[in-house]
Design a protein around this ligand. Structure first.
Ligand SMILES: [Zn+2]
Length: 65
């Protein structure tokens, strides 16, 4: 019973067996490429700045009577 999965990097069919040490990648190269892409993607994410909401604690609000 053999099963194959598409390599996430190059979509090549990879046999899911002990003969494919880099599964689900077809080769170490594809694995590294994928990891590299993941890392560069991480680094490429432009600092999505979350606007800091001021006065969240209500400290700056005038006291209510
Ligand atoms: Zn591949």
């Amino acid at each position: 019973m053999s099963r194959s999965v598409p390599c996430p990097t190059c979509q090549k069919a990879v046999e899911w067996s002990p003969d494919s040490p880099w599964r689900p990648f077809c080769s170490e190269r594809c694995k590294l490429i994928d990891l590299g892409a993941w890392f560069s993607e991480k680094h490429a994410i432009p600092g999505e700045e979350i606007p800091v909401v001021q006065g969240d604690g209500g400290e700056s609000e005038p006291p209510r009577h």
